[in-house]
Design a protein around this ligand. Structure first.
Ligand code: PEP
Length: 254
């Protein structure tokens, strides 16, 4: 089953206008040099940079996504941004349920599922994040936690065309620690089995499952070559175009 590798950058709460313009411009220029790359590229800047980044990406094959959205199309939700607004300013993707939002904003699986449904309705693709904490891993609950998160936060209507799963062990995010490649493959294969149960085998076999958590040029080739790893969600290393592109270079041939 061939699934197109997705190399996605999560810029988190980083970058002022000039930084965003330069980073997006550099990524666009490097992707252009690849001609017809075998992978798909995505950058997810903070809301304040979306319009600037969209301009910097004009004419390139790099897609743009946001890092969160509200469940409603519009209305009295001060400080929030709707999926329709994201679509309107040029996003084609949105990250939903990142562990930092689950922790900082107490987002539940139910809310994440509603956000994903709203995003799909607005014509956005979602990158739905799941992953266990260090305590859950130590208690050997990784697969249970991921199963619960998939069952609760992925809409029943999700398809391989509108949904990407990102497996991000919370303890690996921004820490420099990563699971072994054997552990990553075991969890990704288990995730695909759960997806098959929930969404059917056809969707599960076509749905991309990204790995995220301290991916960098030095470990990317090993992680991205695993059979059930279909790309990366990259935080820190996506803030430097050369690192982001070095990660991509390990799998996206010219
Ligand atoms: C992330 O936040 O999605 C992430 C994977 O971060 P980092 O690559 O910095 O660990």
């Amino acid at each position: 089953m061939s699934r197109k590798i997705l190399i996605a950058g999560n810029w988190k709460m980083n970058g002022l206008l000039e930084d965003g313009k330069a980073l997006a411009g550099n990524v666009a220029a490097e992707v252009k040099k690849l001609g017809k790359p075998e992978c798909e590229f995505l950058v997810c800047p903070p809301f304040t940079l979306l319009t600037t980044v969209k301009k910097a990406l004009r004419g390139s094959k790099v897609a743009m996504g946001a890092q969160d959205c509200h469940t409603a199309e519009k209305g009295a939700h001060t400080g929030d941004i709707s999926p329709v607004m994201l679509k309107d300013c040029g996003c084609s993707y949105v990250i939903i349920g990142h562990s930092e939002r689950r922790a900082d904003h107490h987002e539940s699986n139910e809310l994440i599922c509603q956000k994903a449904e709203a995003a799909h309705k607005a014509g956005l693709k979602t990158v739905i994040c799941i992953g266990e904490t260090e305590a859950e891993r130590d208690a050997q609950k990784t697969i249970d936690v991921c199963t619960r998160q998939i069952m609760g936060s992925v809409p029943d209507s999700a398809t391989a065309a509108d949904t990407v799963i990102a497996y991000e062990p919370v303890w690996a995010i921004g820490t420099g620690k990563t699971p072994t490649t054997a552990d990553v493959e075991e969890v990704h294969a288990a995730i695909r089995k759960v997806l098959a149960k929930k969404l059917g085998k056809g969707n599960a076999n076509k749905m991309r499952i990204l790995y995220g958590g301290s991916m960098k040029p030095a470990n990317a080739a090993a992680l991205l070559s695993l059979p059930d790893v279909d790309g990366g969600l990259i935080g820190g290393a996506s803030l430097k175009a050369s690192d982001f592109m070095a990660i991509a270079a390990s799998v996206c041939k010219k």
